[in-house]
Design a protein around this ligand. Sequence first.
Ligand code: WTA
Length: 704
Amino acid sequence: MTESSPIQVSEAQIAVHWREEGYVEPAQKFVEQANAKDPAIFERFAEDKFPDCFKEYADLLAWDTPWHTTLDTSNPPFWKWFVGGRLNACYNCVDRHAEANPDKTAIIFVPELESDEHVHISYAELLRQVNEFAAVLRDSLGLKTGDRVTLHMPMVPELPVTMLACARLGVIHSQVFGGFSGTACGHRIADSGSRILITMDGYYRGGQLLDHKAKADEAVLEAVKEGQEVDKVLVWRRHPGQYASQAPMAEGRDVFVDELLAQHRGAVVDPVSMPAEAPLFLMYTSGTTGRPKGCQHSTGGYLAYVTGTSKYYQDIHPDDVYWCMADIGWITGHSYIVYGPLSLGTTTVVYEGVPNYPDGGRPWRIAEKLGVNIFHTSPTSIRMLRKVGPEEPKKYNYHFKHMTTVGEPIEPEVWRWYHSEVGKGEAAIVDTWWQTENGGFLGSTLPALQPMKPGSCGPGVLGVYPVIYDEDGNEVPKGSGKAGNICIRNPWPGIFQTIWGQPDRFVSTYYTKYNKDQDSKDWRDWPYFAGDGAVQAGDGYFRILGRVDDVINVAGHRLGTKEIESAALTVGEVAEAAAVPVIDEIRGRAVEVYVSLKPGFEPSLEMADKVSRAIETEIGKIARPKNVWIVPDMPKTRSGKIMRRVIASISNFADVGDVTTLANPEVVENIRHHVQTEKVARDDVPRELTELEFEEIKKFGAET
Ligand code: WTA
């Protein structure tokens, strides 16, 4: 057992202490209307039907040219799906529904201010907007198939319009979460080689109209520093004709989209027929090293996968009103606000603001008013809404048939509130486990056919075969009570194609660990390593324990410790920095940062604040640490590596364990005393850790 091996034997002991929850059955009314209610579906997706079982998903799409090879494995692990096929993602999400059902509502936009009316956009109207904006991209900007464009947009319908217009032309969009800082956006512009940035002047959040355009100027500066010129910044206006930002428009570079659109009224742009394997978009995510990973998703495989899983796991029918409260800036929003629901021709809700604005009853008022019947959110939002308004859902007359949770483990107690109060005992719940890299769900129950189990995501989804391996590559049998690394044995159509510009990192991060033969062309030799710890119960249901790499999951958002640490190190006075997770009642985890200063600098509140601000500037508000602790020295091994698990234990008031082998054991007590006294004084003591959480903290951070 080495210090750095992420899953250790001790996990086995905790896993057996975890109490199995009982099953909860879906309501009969749900089952009767479900898209997947015939168990024959399991036969169609049985292992011996792989990979052709996924034809069922691909057949939900309109293809210009049919594919000849379902899965090409000739260059592992760069899998190719539906080879030979051609299609256009925008056509599939817009045109075909606009032809069949032009007046049907595609998007309902709900502005954050409750006094503002919501806006219905029909499929015909969406088609018109997408065509005109595609004309802007092609004819005013000269963009063509294969070019990358960075988007840094808030939750407004102009975002799906922009994405779909790119897709119409085969232009690869890379939407950066609107809450990320300009600097973080700049890194992503440079990494993707985008010459165009598309943004918005401002948007509402927490009742304020935020100035967003200012971030575009920082983004362009950062990209230029990294050698990437940005020719044009397109600025959508939150209120067309009025400019909501203080930032000046740079002459020759910045253009208002509404002014450009005026030149393309009524334009019609033919959708470009794209090969199934052409990239559709990049979605950046955090990993172990500081450089973010641009996950490259395909057109045919991705769209088929999100359409199929939206149909069977989200149970979307065309006449549903579906609301996923995630942000389109994350993969959940791409797959399950935009591409999946629109491909199925349903109505998808886009809500601009925060769930609890102006109060904890807002989501339920929206649901009542719009007749939402499918609801999708994260454990952090559920915990928060439960805290601010446990009795609120009852006050409103809405009825969900189906609800989703995604992004983090959900505590069984929180799950039960979601089920009985939010879902009024009527809604089937799916707890969906997956990742940015995966395109769509990997672990979930099929809602009408497999009972729910609070705290477990369920078995592998149709056609996806997860397995748990120990550190030596031995399969951990289900029901053994032992935890290990969850992997997927087979490729699936939604899997990302590569990390943009970093193919070697793609192979080494996700496939090398359990690859049996690097020359093998057989997919069976290339299990996908997900980077999550998990345990599988006797019934085949998985419980996801969390990341095994140096990633902290804050409110369902992946933050790399290295990214946070490099941001702290941009402060000139900082000598060393270490980021650790601290248990947080609402957000699951929060981040605390420890820094030591270069000689000659004294700790002060101002210094801590400076570090905090640097992190916010480099990454964004979501990464702002709960506390910055300035310490005289970091606890280190004799070889000089920072022992992050020791400081993580201190932040969480957990036993630091044996520190006698450290190079400087005396600093530990010093830091503990200082940090914990402060935390007690600030009434910031986390609740007592569960055994699982204690294990997580104890093994946190490879000692680098
Ligand atoms: C975690 C979000 C428990 C997991 C779609 C994963 C979950 C990371 C669940 C991916 C779930 C996601 N239960 N943990 N249902 N879903 N996770 O890339 O650690 O933002 O590796 O994708 O979130 O986060 P990402």
